[in-house]
Design a protein around this ligand. Structure first.
Ligand code: GDP
Ligand code: ZN
Length: 276
C-alpha cells in the first residue's frame, strides 16, 4: 500500500502529536498508521482519499430487506477488510421487520454462511433497541468503523447507543438511492462507555483498490483454506482441472454466493475496480 497518492494527508482516526499555542492546537507529527482504508476521490481522479485510519474492527450493517443488501456487496466489503487487515463483523439490522417467512429465511441463510466462515454476526433492531447491549460490549474501548448501504440504519444505531448526538435519520432519498452526489466524508464519535465509532456516510463500498487479481482469493478465508488442495499452485479456481475450490462449491462446502462474488471480483474490468 506504499506510494499511494492521497488528497488528504490527515484523516479521521489518525494519531498525531500537536503543540498548543495561545489560540489553537497545531499538528506537528502524524504517527504511522496501523491500517487505513481508502477510496478513489472521484471517478476521474487517480488520487485516493483516506476514509479512516487505525481501525480496530469494522461492522457492516446489513439489512436483508428494506433495503436489500446483496451478497456481492457484503463479500466485497469483507474481502476489503481482510486486505486491509481489519477484523470485520456483520450486524443484521431491522429484525423487527422480518416477520415474512422469506425475509426470516434469508436472514438465517446469510447468518449461517458468514458464521461458518468465522465472521461474528449479530441481529439487532436499532429502532426497537433489541440486542444493543451486545453491540455496546463489542464496541467498547475500540476504534470501530461502521459501514453499510444508505438506509440500513447506521445513524439510528449510533443515536441509540450514544444518546445526544442526534444524527439525522431518514428514508433513502432518490439521489442517494441512485448513488448520485453522495457526500464522502467520515466522522468519528466518542462513546460514553469508551471507544469510538467512525461513521462513513455515502460510502457504499471500498473497491478492490489494492488487490492484485492473483491475491483476491487470499481475502476469502474459506476459499484460501481450500485452495491449498488445488492441483496447481497458481490455480485461479475458475477453469482449472482438479480445483479443490470448485469441488467444494459443488459439494456445498463453500457457499455458491461467495464463489460468485469471488468470480465477480476476478472477472471485472480493471477500470471498474474502484466501483462503489
Ligand atoms: P443510514 O442511512 O444507514 O444512516 O440509515 P438511517 O439510520 O437513516 O435509517 C434509515 C431508515 O430506516 C429510517 O427511517 C429508520 O427509522 C429506519 N430504521 C433504522 N433502523 C431500523 C430498525 O431496526 N427497524 C426498522 N423497522 N426501521 C429502522
Ligand atoms: Zn483451484
Amino acid at each position: 500500500m506504499d506510494g499511494i497518492r492521497t488528497t488528504n494527508p490527515v484523516s479521521v482516526g489518525d494519531k498525531v502529536d500537536f503543540k498548543t499555542d495561545s489560540e489553537s492546537h497545531v499538528i506537528v507529527n502524524i504517527h504511522d498508521r496501523k491500517n487505513y482504508i481508502i477510496r478513489k476521490s472521484s471517478n476521474l481522479s487517480k488520487h485516493s482519499q483516506i476514509i479512516a485510519a487505525n481501525i480496530d474492527q469494522a461492522f457492516l450493517i446489513v439489512t436483508v430487506n428494506y433495503p436489500i443488501t446483496t451478497t456481492a456487496f457484503i463479500d466485497r466489503f469483507l474481502a476489503s477488510a481482510e486486505a486491509y487487515g481489519i477484523k470485520a463483523r456483520i450486524i443484521f439490522n431491522k429484525i423487527d421487520r422480518y416477520y415474512r417467512k422469506a425475509d426470516k429465511e434469508r436472514l438465517h441463510e446469510l447468518q449461517n454462511i458468514y458464521e461458518s466462515i468465522g465472521y461474528k454476526c449479530f441481529q439487532i433492531s436499532a429502532k426497537e433497541g433489541t440486542h444493543l447491549d451486545t453491540i455496546r460490549e463489542q464496541l467498547a474501548g475500540k476504534i470501530n468503523l461502521l459501514a453499510g448501504h444508505s438506509g440500513v440504519g447506521k445513524s439510528t444505531l449510533i443515536n441509540a447507543i450514544q444518546p445526544g448526538l442526534n444524527l439525522k435519520t431518514g428514508e433513502i432519498s432518490e439521489a442517494h438511492a441512485q448513488g448520485k452526489h453522495t457526500t464522502t466524508f467520515s466522522e468519528m464519535f466518542e462513546l460514553d462507555f469508551g471507544g469510538y465509532i467512525i461513521d462513513t456516510p455515502g460510502i457504499r463500498g471500498f473497491g478492490t483498490i489494492d488487490m492484485e487479481k492473483e491475491e483476491i482469493y487470499h481475502f476469502f478465508p474459506e476459499i484460501f483454506k481450500t485452495a491449498a488442495d488445488c492441483q496447481f499452485n497458481n490455480c485461479t479456481h475458475i477453469h482449472e482441472p482438479k480445483c479443490a475450490v470448485k469441488k467444494a462449491v459443488n459439494e456445498g462446502d463453500i457457499s455458491i454466493t461467495r464463489y460468485e462474488s469471488y468470480l465477480g471480483m476476478m472477472l471485472e474490468e480493471e477500470d471498474n475496480k474502484y466501483r462503489l
